[in-house]
Design a protein around this ligand. Sequence first.
Ligand SMILES: [Fe+2]
Length: 241
Amino acid sequence: MSVQIHKFPFENPFPEILQNVFSHFYNYSGSLDDLHELLTTELLSNEEKEYHKQLHGWRKDRDSVFVRKFHEYVDKHTSFNEAYYKFLRTTILPLFPNETKIVIQKTPNIRFSVPDNAAIGIDPNDPENIIGLHCDRDFGHHPTEQNFIVPITKMFESNSLYYEPSIDSGIDPLNFESLSLNTNEFVQAYFNKLRHCNRINKTNKTRISFDIRIIPYSEYEKNIEDFKGTKFELGKYYIVL
Ligand SMILES: [Fe+2]
């Protein structure tokens, strides 16, 4: 199993929560995939707009005002964590039938890919249309880790990410497939070893999604020494569910 698409057994609760985030801070009632329209208003400072208006190198997520507002909201309201843990318990945990527990990321990473930009950093040496090509292992992520991507808006064409279908496929990244996901679906993928990248979003729709990293508990226990002193140590980046 390298990349597998699953269906939500209940309505994806996250779009409504994200709608609440932006309604709370900006009185925004438009469609989430038009969120980039906030970049043309006076509601954001020029500095806040700048991050989403031009491609940039690897920077901290929280340099994005959208990411920051999401975390600010999560810190103050319980609705997100309630929905997140419910989703993990009812929907993700059963995907590991041999596990009684999973080690999960405390708060998932959230990504915003706005038109004419990319959700991840660009290296000046990146060829056109291959932005930030990597597999998570390159960044020190443990090989027992699995990735889940949950869309908040529809993911399609260049607003989504591009990936190789199998490990060491040797496929030219220009021929990678774009991950197509409706909001009633989510994907399980082994991006630890599968190369993936972004392109400049040439759709006119913003993509918002979560990345969640999961480690089966039995694997975690076997490799516990590997996680000591890293951000992956229990209680820091991850918690047991
Ligand atoms: Fe990645």
